[in-house]
Design a binder for this molecule. Structure first.
Ligand code: FUC
Length: 741
């Protein structure tokens, strides 16, 4: 069992004070803008994303031709993917294309504007702090502005086109359905509806409100003449319901879509915008980060040029802050309660056959999407993941039975859709990795009701799968039989990836039973298995072994770092408690190379977080730089062609780990601060135990520490080589004297 070697000094180092002691935050909202001097031409990497969890859109910002490509998270082909499956057969990729289906493009809105060509002073920007996209330009002395947002409260996308002179808008508006449904115009509304081959029904509606001038329609297109301003309201939805007993489908979305448009178009635009910004900021403003100041020349560059300059080595801490906040922005935009979880591309996709189905990939990608949710203070954005996985359990159980016979609990295959379908290779500990997310939400929020009703039942069922499945070795050790280190090596017993994730599952489940005061006999059983699990091993070149047999090749630079799960996102290995294993993990990770066999969106963040957990801030920062240099598109989204959001979300989580850690039974402050960030601050970072942490530092040393917690409680703080125990009162800020560290 792990031994916690810390000196607990309970001394009076703290006081409760009013808010306001920390210096004003340096992360200026004005810096949180992505901006460009030209419209987007191509979907990949250029347009800018808006979203409300369920709907998303990419805005191109063209002057004469605007394009808004939009999505709804539930527009998927495919099905439960179990029909016709033979027991024992793991389906191949060609079957997948049929049953798994693909996340779909919903459609496009095109706006053509007469006489706007040749405009000057063009700028398009996405303000992350308000979640508002703006296009502006000047033509013949007239300033034109086009503002767009995607509202969570109103469930619509709104665009307002304005000018500082009357009658300047003439042109057309078209709504294009990506499945060739016909667009019909009635009054001020365009409608396109259809059904996919799996029976899923969908509908989009676009409503236009004109100020002055005239709007007419012909052949499903609006023509407007001499308008002063225009407001467009777009809504779309499908008949999807997250319930397999209903065949995943319910009512036609027509009424819902029409009601949303009616409600939004009856309201004042300014009020809708205000509600939207307030809603967004209620999440976005919880956390601020400052890791230094960017010089004025670099700060004045448009975002695409700034990313390039950073790649060429120009210092730009504000860009790192923006990258950090972009991860939070994108999660708010693609994963809100009531929505489906963020898929490989979040919610944005312009293709009907996107790469990897735009699925939920369970051997790193979907988990990485959610690593930031808790530490970066967006716990409610984690909820869609729990909702879909909970709804999918009956299907996973069915698939498990078909493959493994009448066994308890469940597991699944690597690739997952929204209908409970899974395919490609069996990812045996994948369900246990998901269980970690259920647990982490509790660990951070301390929400016992959620633990009792949602998390623990999931964790327990996953445990049931493993209780009888573990195989006993002659020495009594227990191994996962026939496992696989993701996308690497053969199927065999005792693979480190499997062992470490099952260790994590049992550890968290034991803690869950204690927190809830339930199932003591079950806990004893799991504890006994937990102790006997074959643990990490150090191999002949000092590496942490990927397999039970000591055969790792020091020249192997595979991109996956599955055997380092125990360091991050797991907690079996840490420099404080298991220094030899931590050392071996560093040897393995160094050998694996800075990014592995392919530069992928997600390889940088995983390595960043692992180096942070190993206490190497400089190498962790090198991973942020690598992502910026090699895998960031001009719109700052991480790429693995065409794009993969895991890298964007993951890097935020990696940065969190550099500044505050809380996995080892204490809160570590500045555990992996790179030399390049000598002074800075973070406010509103979350730690396990229900704490929020604000810290500031200068010349690498803490200058201010403030904690708060709803429930209050005792917590151990650690920084450098010093440990302090403090008691945080409920609902009050506790200021800790930084000089004690
Ligand atoms: C895993 C990775 C691939 C890709 C895919 C979506 O299989 O190995 O690189 O990211 O997920």
């Amino acid at each position: 069992m792990r031994v916690l070697v810390v000196v607990m000094l309970v001394i009076c180092v703290c006081g409760v004070v009013d808010a306001g002691n920390l210096k004003a935050r340096a992360t200026d909202a004005a810096d949180m803008k992505l901006w460009y001097e030209q419209p987007a031409k191509h979907w990949q990497g250029q347009p800018l994303p808006l979203g409300n969890g369920r709907m998303g859109c990419m805005i191109f910002g063209g002057v004469e031709k605007e394009r808004i490509q939009f999505n709804v998270d539930s527009l998927w082909t495919g099905d439960e993917n179990l029909v016709g499956k033979k027991p024992g057969v793991s389906h191949n990729v060609s079957y997948l294309a049929e049953g798994m289906g693909f996340y779909q493009n919903f459609g496009n809105v095109y706006i053509s504007l007469d006489g706007h060509g040749g405009a000057a002073r063009y700028r398009r920007q996405l303000d992350l702090s308000r979640a508002v996209h703006t296009v502006s330009y000047t033509k013949e002395g007239v300033r034109f502005t086009r503002e767009t947002f995607c509202s969570y409260p109103a469930k619509v996308i709104m665009m307002r086109l304005e000018a500082n002179a009357p009658g300047r808008y003439s042109g057309t508006i078209a709504l294009e359905d990506a499945h060739e449904a016909q667009t019909v115009a009635r009054g001020a509304r365009l409608t396109a509806k259809g059904a996919l081959e799996n029976g899923l029904e969908y509908e989009s509606q676009l409503h236009v409100v004109n100020d002055g001038g005239k709007v007419t329609s012909k052949d499903g297109t609006f023509t407007f003449k001499s308008c002063n301003a225009l407001i467009l309201v777009l809504a779309a939805d499908t008949s999807y319901v997250m319930d397999h007993t209903k065949g995943w489908m319910g009512e036609h979305p027509h009424k819902r879509v029409a009601a949303r448009i009616d409600a939004a178009s009856a309201k004042n635009y300014g009020e809708l915008l205000k509600n939207h910004v307030a809603d967004h900021q209620s999440l976005f403003n919880r956390l601020e980060l400052d890791v230094g100041e960017t010089g004025p020349a670099q700060a004045a560059l448009p975002t695409d040029k700034r990313i390039k300059a950073r790649g060429n080595g120009v210092n730009d801490p504000d860009l790192t802050e923006m990258l950090f906040q972009y991860g939070r922005y994108l999660l708010i935009a693609s994963s809100r309660p009531g929505a489906l979880p963020a898929n490989l591309q979040g919610v944005w996709n312009d293709s009907n056959r996107p790469a990897w189905h735009c699925d939920y990939h369970s051997n790193i990608n979907v988990q990485m999407n959610y690593w930031l949710a808790e530490p970066a203070n967006l716990p409610e954005c984690h909820i869609p993941l729990f909702d879909l996985w909970t709804a999918t359990v009956p299907l996973w159980r069915k698939a498990t039975h078909m493959h493994f016979g009448d066994v308890p609990g469940f597991t699944f295959q690597t690739v997952n859709n929204i209908f409970g379908g899974c395919g490609w290779r069996w990812n045996l500990p994948g369900s246990a990795w998901h269980a970690q997310h259920f647990w982490e939400h509790y660990a951070f929020t301390q929400d016992k009701k959620y633990l009792r009703e949602t998390a623990y039942p999931f964790m327990k069922q996953v445990c049931h799968f493993w209780v009888d499945r573990l195989k006993e070795l002659p020495d009594g050790g227990l191994v996962v039989p026939k496992g696989w280190s993701p996308e690497h090596g053969p199927r065999e017993d005792g693979v480190s990836y499997d062992q470490q994730i099952i260790w994590d599952l049992f550890q968290n489940t034991i803690e869950a039973t204690k927190a809830l005061g339930v199932d003591s006999a079950f806990r004893d059983r799991i504890s006994e298995l937990h102790k006997r699990l074959v643990g990490p091993r150090i191999g002949k070149w000092g590496q942490l072994q990927e397999w039970m047999e000591d055969r790792d090749n020091p020249k192997d630079n595979h991109r996956h770092t599955s055997h380092l799960f125990a360091i991050y996102p797991g907690r079996q290995i840490s420099p404080a408690r298991t220094p030899e294993f931590a050392q071996a993990a560093a040897v393995s990770l160094r050998a694996r190379g800075e990014t592995g066999d392919a530069r992928r969106s997600w390889t940088w963040p995983w390595r960043c977080a692992i180096w942070a957990r190993l206490g190497d801030g400089d190498t962790a920062r090198h991973m942020i730089d690598g992502l910026i240099k090699y895998n960031l598109l001009p719109n700052m989204i991480a790429t693995h062609p065409p794009m993969q959001l895991d890298g964007s979300f993951g890097i935020t989580a990696g940065i969190c780990e550099m500044l505050v850690q809380s996995h080892a039974g204490r809160i570590d402050l500045l555990p992996a601060l790179p030399a390049a960030w000598p002074s800075g601050k973070v406010t509103g970072m979350c730690a396990r135990g229900g704490f929020e942490v604000d810290i500031a530092w200068d010349k690498g040393k803490l200058t201010s520490v403030r904690l708060r917690s709803k429930a209050g409680g005792k917590v151990t703080l650690h920084c450098g080589d010093k440990t302090r125990e403090v008691v945080v009162p409920a609902d009050e800020d506790l200021v800790v004297n930084p000089d004690v560290f």
